[in-house]
Design a protein around this ligand. Structure first.
Ligand code: NAD
Ligand code: UGA
Length: 436
């Protein structure tokens, strides 16, 4: 049993803490947000993540997982300290490292024994060395420590499965002893372990996220070409995906990527390049293509309604940036709602989970707790988030409730032919019908 401290109990920290506890380690999870810690002590999760509630409760009951706001308490006896605090976008697109800096300084002040500090947050290249400088500078008396990069690759909505069965574990450190110990900690995950230097590990994380975002922007560009020429992008993606060099994942065309990571990480990578006087034509296009998706969805819906939103009510099916999460950070629904409101529409929204988290992002949107209630009297629906429950909706009932049977399916969850047969004025993404 290893003793681990996890700093930050957001999406990554709480999953990291609970999973390491489940692997048999003793974990103390810390956050400066007192409310979050008080709630966790009462069994209330800080986020919606499938399976998290049970996992946390099981490990708390077993005495392997506890929560605190005190660095002193969290670091007592700890051999490993994971930093999992936020690294949001700064004003110019750079990663804002204030929370990492604060965590590093707090660790330095409260550590009383040798410690391996493992950075799980996504941080610009060179941050590991910078964290080491902060710790060294803030220590009262010198105590040995080592900083290791161990970026996290989990996705929200499938975070526990992703954490427990990663494609690889990346460990960045030239300190062989520290890297070996961190590798040992991850052995139960049975994934290939890549041990490299700090900076390379930090870059692997950015390059991975940027590549996945590129793949999505690529298929979205292909989708528009498909639509214009009468091909079906879903089948094109499936056909491409059989080629192992391409792979079948991250080829779902739609409203593009949002969330807490791709947007800020692609931007931060471009910013790092700019600082080195490099240009990033690919990353710039990847971002431009992505943000155009949201505008294009609104424009296409407007066309379906005869060219104007004036006096029209539009219902958004799904608000979270993706399914199975309550996360609203850079959710496409926010931009779509704003554009619709600016064009004179009334906007309603429904999400199975993200109703509370959505409210502050869209105060002028009427968030309704039932999809059928929301559809009642709407001139059009836009599918924004591909929640499974939308695939199971009683569409005949929905059609009867709508003022006009218009659906713009921004995530290609319905079958165009079936929708047409049911009498919907239906449009989706990149699915031309010329060939059928
Ligand atoms: P988050 O915003 O959900 O959580 C961060 C937590 O850190 C908050 O609870 C906050 O109160 C706490 N915190 C801030 N300053 C602190 C301090 N000084 N001491 C202790 N706690 C502090 O963030 P997140 O989504 O979990 O992301 C964390 C990092 O992991 C980011 O760098 C992100 O890019 C990366 N990441 C996120 C995901 C994801 O799916 N969300 C996946 C992989 C990597
Ligand atoms: C993403 C990465 O997939 C994780 O590996 C990484 O750890 C994480 O970012 C991070 O660094 O935070 P996440 O943002 O949680 O995970 O979710 P994804 O499943 O990657 O989806 C991101 C966005 O892309 C969502 O808006 C989703 O709807 C969209 N997407 C995804 C598509 O439009 N098409 C696809 O084929 C896949």
């Amino acid at each position: 049993m290893k003793q681990i401290c996890v700093i930050g109990v957001g999406y990554v920290g709480i999953v990291t803490g609970a999973c390491f506890a489940d692997l048999g380690n003793k974990v103390v999870a810390l956050d400066v947000n007192e409310q979050r810690i008080a709630n966790l002590k009462k069994g209330i999760m800080p986020i919606y993540e499938p399976g998290l509630d049970e996992l946390v409760k099981r490990n708390v009951s077993a005495g392997r997982l506890s929560f605190t706001t005190s660095y002193q308490e969290a670091l007592k006896g700890a051999e490993y300290a994971f930093i999992a605090v936020g690294t949001p976008s700064g004003v110019e697109g750079e990663a804002d490292l204030q929370y990492v800096a604060a965590a590093a300084a707090s660790i330095a002040k409260e550590m009383t024994a040798p410690l391996i500090i493992i950075n799980k947050s996504t941080v610009p290249i060179g941050t590991g060395d910078w964290v080491a400088d902060i710790v060294r500078g803030a220590q009262g008396k010198p105590i040995p420590f080592s900083v290791v990069s161990c970026p996290e690759f989990l996705r929200e909505g499938s975070a526990i499965g992703d954490f427990m069965s990663p494609h690889r574990t990346v460990i960045g450190s030239l300190d062989k002893d520290a890297a070996g110990k961190v590798a040992h900690l991850h052995l139960p995950l049975r994934a290939p372990i890549v041990i490299t230097d700090l900076r390379t590990a930090e870059m692997i994380k950015y390059a991975s996220n940027a590549f996945l975002a590129t793949k999505i922007s690529f298929i979205n560009e292909v989708a528009d070409i498909c639509e214009a020429l009468g091909a079906d992008v879903k089948e094109v993606a499936a056909g491409m995906g059989y080629d192992a060099r391409i792979g079948k994942y991250f080829l779902d065309a739609g409203l593009g990527w949002g969330g807490s990571c791709f947007p800020k990480d692609v931007q931060a990578l471009a910013y790092m390049a700019k600082e080195q006087s490099l240009t990033t034509p690919i990353l710039d296009s990847v971002m431009n293509v992505n943000y155009d998706r949201r505008k294009a969805a609104v424009k296409r819906t407007e066309e379906m309604l005869g060219g104007s939103f004036k006096g029209k009510t539009i219902g958004l099916l799904g608000l979270a940036f993706k399914e199975n999460t309550d996360d609203m950070r850079d959710a496409p629904s926010i931009d779509i709602a704003t554009e619709l409101l600016e064009a004179g529409a009334k906007v309603r929204g429904y999400d199975p989970v993200a109703f509370e988290t959505a409210r502050p992002h869209m105060p002028a949107v009427d968030i309704i707790g039932d999809p059928y209630e929301m559809a009642k009297g709407c001139d059009a629906l836009i599918v924004v988030t591909p929640w499974n429950e939308f695939k199971q909706l009683d569409l005949e009932k929905v059609k009867g409730l709508l003022k006009s049977p218009v659906i713009f399916d921004g995530r290609n969850i319905y079958d165009p032919k079936a929708m047409k047969e049911m009498g919907f004025n239906y449009r989706s993404i990149g699915r031309g019908t010329n060939g059928k």
